[in-house]
Design a protein around this ligand. Structure first.
Ligand code: ROI
Length: 157
């Protein structure tokens, strides 16, 4: 079984409802156990201009799915919950599911980059990750905790 951390985010159509629904979807993935989920964190949009605040969380799962199978399942869940991808970045969305960490896997392909590059500078990812596992290390051994000092501002952004 693999251990994976998934970032959840929403800023449309009742974000808290969206996140709870997404957690249920994760728990129902084949050969997958939802081990833990963080608190829900609210923050202003990072890199997004005029859009509502986000609600973010992180889930920890055990799964027999491989990384690309899991990624496909996450995209499907986003679609089911009304995510529309029109090619534009930084858009408001009903649901964003990011595969953050998958065991100690390091890959850089067109469809998947691990660890997720956003981990390194997004408080709305780092704080919930540390809530789940304060001793979490990135592949290569860097403790996630020290990434907090690299954040641009003390705001949860
Ligand atoms: N800002 C916050 N606070 N939370 C997000 O999940 C989030 N996702 C995004 C952008 C638009 C970069 N900003 C965000 O994709």
């Amino acid at each position: 079984m693999h251990t994976a951390y998934i970032g959840l985010g929403s800023n449309l159509n009742q974000p808290v409802v969206q996140l709870n629904q997404a957690l249920e979807a994760l728990a129902n993935l084949p050969n997958t156990i939802l081990l833990a989920s963080s608190s829900f964190y609210t923050s202003p949009p990072l890199d997004g201009s005029d859009q509502p605040d986000y609600v973010n969380a992180v889930a920890k799962i055990k799964t027999a799915l491989e990384a690309l199978e899991l990624l496909a399942a996450l995209l499907k869940t986003e679609e089911k919950q009304g995510r529309v991808r029109d090619g534009k970045r930084w858009q408001a969305r009903t649901l964003d599911l990011d595969l953050l960490l998958f065991d100690q896997l390091v890959i850089n392909t067109a469809s998947l980059i691990l660890p997720h590059p956003g981990i390194l500078f997004r408080a709305f990812v780092i704080y919930p990750l540390l809530e789940l596992d304060e001793n979490l290390r990135l592949p290569g051994g860097t403790p996630l905790k020290i990434q907090i000092s690299h954040l641009k501002s003390p705001n949860l952004q």
